[in-house]
Design a protein. Structure first.
Length: 149
């Protein structure tokens, strides 16, 4: 009795697999032989003081500026006198006297702040120049202690 067709195809598949492995190994060896990188020294790059990448190591540069750790300030800069002033100047806009609220626009930062009629110390109408302070409200900052300017 002869061999079955199935065993022939299995042997052919195995031969093809073995041939592919050998070709892959051969290509790998060629890449290793032809590569210029090779060792770690050829792959190192340096950055100079201007941020340019070079292949030469930096030399001791006398131009370097020494910085003391005590001179480094981390944090928020101190506020000036102008920033510490809690009183803002602005204009009352979109004030609805029947509902009792509106908005004050600050001249300092051009922001709109909510105004309620209970926070007014003087009787103020829409469009009047005002002075006010800011306080934290339910939905952000609001204008309080409003007076005519």
């Amino acid at each position: 009795m002869g061999r079955s067709q199935e065993s022939f195809s299995k042997r052919e598949k195995e031969k093809k697999k073995q041939k592919k492995k050998e070709e892959k190994l051969k290509r790998k060896e060629e890449r290793k032989a032809n590569s210029e990188g090779g060792d770690l020294d050829n792959m190192i790059a340096y950055v100079d003081e201007y941020g340019n990448i070079t292949d030469t190591p930096p030399e001791d540069n006398p131009k370097k500026e020494e910085i003391k750790a005590e001179d480094i300030v981390i944090g928020v800069p101190k506020k000036t006198e102008e920033e510490l002033d809690p009183v803002h100047k602005g204009v009352l806009q979109n004030f609805n006297s029947s509902k009792g609220f509106g908005f004050a626009v600050s001249h300092k930062d051009n922001e709109s702040y909510f105004v309620h009629i209970s926070d007014m110390e003087d009787e103020i109408m829409e469009g009047d120049k005002i002075t006010f302070e800011l306080a934290k409200g339910d939905r952000g900052l609001k204008a309080v202690k409003m007076k005519k300017a």
